[in-house]
Design a protein around this ligand. Structure first.
Ligand SMILES: [Zn+2]
Length: 328
């Protein structure tokens, strides 16, 4: 996993590309007025990603008070909660989707806070965990739950054994944290607790929560086991890491850009019947039209009609509201 070094601050997921100029200006100011922070693809003089401005979309979201400081919970719809881990570099977002009879937790976060305890605050219904894919930042809390669903792929199997790359082991390094860890969490190497899978999900499967049906659509590409969740009746699409408003990681082991392109095209065809995207990083709401923009962006990258910004390890192709981050 040599390529998975800590990303440069210029492409922190916290900073949406369209806010990059603002961030770089403030980074420059924080660094004592040094200029030229992005010249030649250099990173800002300060690596203080966590002091960047919170994206404006948060201002209109309803915050739900909960017991643990580690999590920020937002009510996106009456029975849909976004669980945001703002204090760690990944800024991962899990979702609790509540039906009349049961609830589905779409990803379980980093495993730094107590996800099961948080979920009990939000719903008393039986909970199933389904992972958007099994990168460490989406599965860290899986071991706290009895009922965990994954795909039947070698990638999912390896993740469930707790396998973790060097990038993942550095999750709790000081420069990836923004604020205090929970009191009972030790600093030092991050580890992933293995979990037991109770059901192997398949493409097209429908999950009935009682009064709410979710459809599973496999979208391999970002990871081999990536999938999205569609609430067709309400026009909601939980996109996992296939789309989020930030630098979309397409450089990790297991990423398949051709498969990603096919998955994105499949999702773009859904855009006209959607009301909202609920992504797994940075901001829990996005416009469905972004899927069409994403499809065009992927086409441009494949056609070679857009120039990337080059860093030591990556090529970043920037578009309006997101970028695509590929390996060099
Ligand atoms: Zn991922």
């Amino acid at each position: 996993m040599a390529r998975l070094r800590r990303r440069p601050a210029a492409v922190s997921r916290f900073v949406r590309p369209f806010a990059l100029a603002t961030f770089l200006a403030s980074a420059s100011a924080l660094a004592g007025g040094q200029d030229g922070v992005l010249e030649g693809g250099a990173v800002p003089a300060t690596d203080d990603w966590c002091r960047g401005p919170r994206p404006a979309a948060f201002a209109s979201l309803e915050r739900v008070p909960t017991a643990q400081d580690w999590f920020e919970v937002y009510r996106i719809r009456a029975d849909v909660f976004a669980i945001y881990e703002a204090k760690q570099y990944e800024e991962v977002i899990s979702y609790l989707i509540v039906g009349d009879e049961k609830a589905l937790l779409f990803d379980s976060g980093l495993g730094v806070g107590h996800m099961a305890a948080l979920v009990r605050e939000l719903s008393s219904k039986p909970v199933t965990v389904l992972n958007s894919h099994t990168h460490f930042d989406h599965v860290g809390g899986n071991a706290e739950f009895e009922d965990v669903w994954n795909t039947d792929t070698p990638f999912s199997h390896a993740s469930a054994r707790g396998e973790l790359d060097a990038y993942g082991r550095a999750t709790l390094e000081p420069d990836r944290l923004c604020g205090e860890l929970p009191a009972d969490v030790a600093t030092g190497p991050y580890t992933l607790r293995p979990w037991r899978v109770t059901h192997r999900i398949h493409d097209g499967e429908r999950i009935d929560l009682g009064g709410r049906v979710l459809e599973v659509i496999f979208t391999p590409g970002h990871a081999p086991d990536s999938l999205v969740l569609l609430d067709r009746a309400r026009g909601l699409l939980f996109t996992g890491d296939t789309y989020y408003p930030g630098p979309i990681y397409l450089f990790a082991r297991g990423t398949d850009f051709d498969a990603y392109a096919r998955s994105v095209s499949q999702l773009a065809r859904l855009a006209s019947e959607l009301q909202l995207l609920l992504p797994a990083h940075t901001v829990p709401v996005a416009e469905p039209a972004q899927l069409v923009a994403l499809e065009h962006a992927v086409e441009e990258v494949r056609a070679g009609t857009v120039e990337p910004v080059t860093t030591e390890d990556t090529l970043e192709y920037r578009f309006d509201g997101f970028s695509l981050l590929l390996a060099r």
